[in-house]
Design a protein around this ligand. Sequence first.
Ligand SMILES: *[C@@H]1O[C@H](CO)[C@@H](O)[C@H](O)[C@H]1NC(C)=O
Length: 114
Amino acid sequence: MSKPNVLVIGAGGVGVIAALALQLNGNSNVTLVVRSEHELIKNQGYSIESKCYGEYENFKPDNIAKSVDEAMDNYGPFDYIALTTKNIPDGSMTCEDIVRPAVTDGSDLECLSQ
Ligand SMILES: *[C@@H]1O[C@H](CO)[C@@H](O)[C@H](O)[C@H]1NC(C)=O
């Protein structure tokens, strides 16, 4: 049985720790969308010091993509999508707009924002 495919959009503190937690759990294939410092992260990964999860050098999730479209083309389709962007990058985009390229026909799309 293959692992569920999980897409994490937004590589801030929340997204990276979410990716780490999923990866450590070992039951998901994790793709993280990294926009800024994409090349650096793809090469070197993250240095993480976490009280809950420990210390990691060069942590990388299974897959790193530059955009949601690229993630979908190379690593999709996804069973689960977590949107962890701190700010909506372009003020005119809703969270539905951001995840839409990775949502397949028949998916339930529910946006819970706070
Ligand atoms: C995760 O997904 C990628 C792309 O679909 C695949 O190449 C890779 O082998 C998978 N890794 C694991 C550990 O399942």
